[in-house]
Ligand binder design. Structure first.
Ligand code: GAL
Length: 376
């Protein structure tokens, strides 16, 4: 049955005479959950990433994952396409460093890279989640890299924890005073109602203030006015932060807010349509799928209102066994695509890409329904 579907979709086997390659497949539709071959017939190795449109071409960036293991051995991959279905492997956009002790040395963890174009500086800017070699997930940093070309090579600039010494912009003097008065020693046990309340009012925010807020799962959003925002899981993945970047997208302005403190949101994805911001996130269950959440706001600075999951139908409570990574708009249309990963921790390289078109209810609410196959 499944094979029939794939057969229907991989209609044509075209010999690419021009390149001399033998038997490259021309994909005529998207088949979520199946192997997605690139121009060399290999499953696209770009996970947790994003798609960027630039001058007539789409670029797909993502984690290059090994067949076994959880660390980054290669770097961030980049592919290019004209039709969003057939992708050419453009190699490694940001390679790991082979130098021992470098922050991005081979064996570190680079996750959820997002590349955006800065129209003012004319640079491609990459932000990614970075964990240092041999230190599990404790570093919780964001990495910055830049390139003059969409396919790289990107130059690694630095890594950090955002907004050191800065309170969120919506924290009043009273809020700061209350947070400062919290005694961490009193809240050793997690998940108690008292602990939740303390997180809500800034227990972990205050703990991380001197060195900067933690930054794990993340995305980057460019608003209509060209301003960029880094949206990241902070406070031990309990709270999302929306942090404004400087005009060159390489630093923070210091303006940021907390979204759903203690709400345990990961894998943020966002779209803006008809002036309304919609954010779709996941819960925190590692590589295992869970029920997505959705938030709506009329300003990037909130208030953000939580709504039910946008997933509908069978396995909606597991988000069709996926975790989101990005939402992009198809150039020149009102079509949005939700990009997600179906993680396969035994062999992350073969984690499947689940791309689904987003439909909208009359009031603009995004909806995600499963499709075995679809086309642009
Ligand atoms: C997920 C996260 C992934 C990766 C994984 C590691 O929750 O979304 O990007 O960090 O945990 O267990």
């Amino acid at each position: 049955m499944k094979d029939m579907k794939i057969l229907k979709c991989l209609v044509a086997f075209v010999l690419c005479m021009a390149t001399g390659g033998a038997g490259a497949q021309v994909l005529e539709c998207i088949t979520p959950g199946e192997i997605w071959p690139d121009d060399k017939g290999e499953h696209i190795n770009a996970h947790g990433g994003n798609v960027l449109y630039h001058e007539g071409t789409y670029y797909w960036y993502g984690e290059n994952r090994p067949a076994r293991g959880f660390t980054t051995e290669v770097g961030v991959s980049v592919y290019s396409s004209k039709d969003l279905m057939n992708w050419k492997n453009e190699g490694v956009a940001l390679p790991v460093s082979e130098k021992r002790g470098d922050v991005i040395e081979r064996g570190c963890i680079m996750e959820r890279p997002k590349v955006v174009y800065n129209a003012e500086t004319k640079k491609f800017v990459m932000l990614f989640h970075l964990e240092l070699k041999g230190r599990g997930y404790e570093a919780a940093r964001v990495g910055f890299a830049v390139s003059d070309s969409p396919t790289g090579p990107f130059e690694f600039i630095r890594s950090l924890r955002p907004n050191a010494g800065k309170w969120p912009m919506d924290f009043t003097k009273k809020d700061i005073k209350r947070a400062m008065a919290l005694d961490e020693a009193k809240y050793k046990e997690w998940w108690t109602p008292e602990w939740r309340k303390a997180v809500d009012v800034g227990l972990l925010l205050k703990r991380d203030l001197p060195g900067g807020q933690m930054s794990r799962d993340m995305t980057v959003f460019i608003d209509d006015d060209g301003k960029a925002y880094h949206i990241h899981s902070a406070e031990e993945n309990l709270t999302l932060n929306i942090a404004e970047l400087t005009p060159d997208y390489l630093d923070y302005t210091g303006n940021y807010i907390r979204l759903a403190p203690g709400g345990h949101n990961e894998a943020p994805t966002i779209l803006k349509r008809n002036g309304v911001y919609w954010m779709i996130t996941s819960g925190c269950t590692g590589w295992d799928p869970n029920e997505a959440r959705m938030f709506r706001a009329e300003s990037i600075w909130g208030p953000w209102v939580q709504l039910p999951t946008p997933f509908r139908g069978k396995d909606a409570d597991k988000s069709f066994h996926t975790q989101g990574t990005y939402i992009f708009k198809v150039e020149g249309t009102d079509e949005y695509v939700f990009m997600a990963d179906r993680w396969m921790p035994r062999s992350l390289k073969f984690s499947r890409h689940i791309w689904l078109p987003i439909s909208f209810e009359e009031d603009g609410t995004p909806v995600l329904e499963w499709k075995d196959s679809w086309r642009f």
